[in-house]
Design a protein around this ligand. Structure first.
Ligand code: 0O2
Length: 243
């Protein structure tokens, strides 16, 4: 997917305003994900999101990224070329949840997907797997709205475990780890994929066995049953009688 350009940063030229925008964009994403999390738990009685982490890139890392790509450290370049100043990482239980969450976010009207990198279907040479989206969310200021970039990384618990170890190793060896470590890391990445695939098929089997044994697995019906119970409890509390 070719990356689209964000047009409306003109006039936003101070470091403080830029950082306010990125912090606000993270808050917007945090609210969206919080709502999704709660809604999934409440309505579907199932939550594809294990946990969420977010961070603002440090000024040092921003400058480092710009230098590495041959750009001067200006606010204009930072806004244009550094896509992950605001970053959210969503950790899911199963690989199938990753695409589910990505689709839900991409379908929200005020989220504009600029680019997607699917390192799950196309893992990096190192073995790195994760689903990356660069999106914009609107941030409303007193004098206008600014579509602000956020990098969303979505991966499983196992992929995240691998990525954080690999990141630590690369940091330790300044990106030049010995060959045997790189090889073993790659083998671990393959184990992670096997583990994810096994966990997903086990989960599917559990769901189908539970379904056959008569448990209500239709999330809609379970939610309906739960809402009905809550309605009766409320009715009893306010009117002193159940239907
Ligand atoms: P840090 O320190 O984690 O922030 P783009 O951001 O799209 O302009 P880039 O950086 O090539 O260009 O995008 P990509 O490939 O989507 O990577 C973005 C981020 O994904 C990285 O940010 C890392 O956080 C993570 N990542 C990518 N490749 C790897 C990898 O091989 N191993 C690990 N552990 N993480 C990876 P930064 O800025 O590089 O680093």
């Amino acid at each position: 997917m070719a990356e689209k350009e964000v047009q409306n940063y003109e006039g936003v030229d101070s470091w403080e305003t830029i950082m306010l925008l990125y912090r606000s964009a993270l808050k917007e994403m945090g609210t969206k994900l919080g709502i999704l999390n709660e809604e999934f738990q409440h309505v579907h009685l199932y939550n594809p999101i294990e946990h969420i982490k977010s961070r603002i890139k440090t000024p040092e890392s921003i400058v480092k990224k710009l230098r590495k790509r041959g750009y001067d450290s200006t606010i204009e370049n930072m806004v244009k070329y550094v896509n992950d100043i605001a970053g959210v990482r969503i950790i899911c239980s199963f690989s199938s949840d990753i695409y589910r969450v990505a689709d839900i976010l991409a379908n929200q009207n005020d989220i504009n997907v600029l680019s997607i990198k699917d390192y799950i279907k196309n893992p990096k040479e190192s073995g790195y797997k994760s689903y990356h989206m660069i999106v914009t969310v609107p941030v409303y200021l007193s004098d206008g709205v600014v579509d602000t970039k956020v990098e969303i990384q979505i991966r499983t618990v196992a992929m995240d475990f691998w990525a954080s170890l690999e990141h630590k190793i690369n940091y330790k060896f300044v990106g030049d780890a010995p060959e045997h470590i790189k090889r073993e890391l790659f083998e671990c990445a393959e184990m992670v994929s096997d583990l994810d695939a096994k966990m997903m098929s086990l989960n599917e089997e559990i769901q189908s066995v539970a379904g056959q044994s008569g448990e209500i697995l239709d999330f809609g019906k379970r939610a309906e049953a739960k809402h009905e119970t809550e309605r009766m409890v409320l009715k009893e509390r306010y009117y002193g009688e159940a239907e």
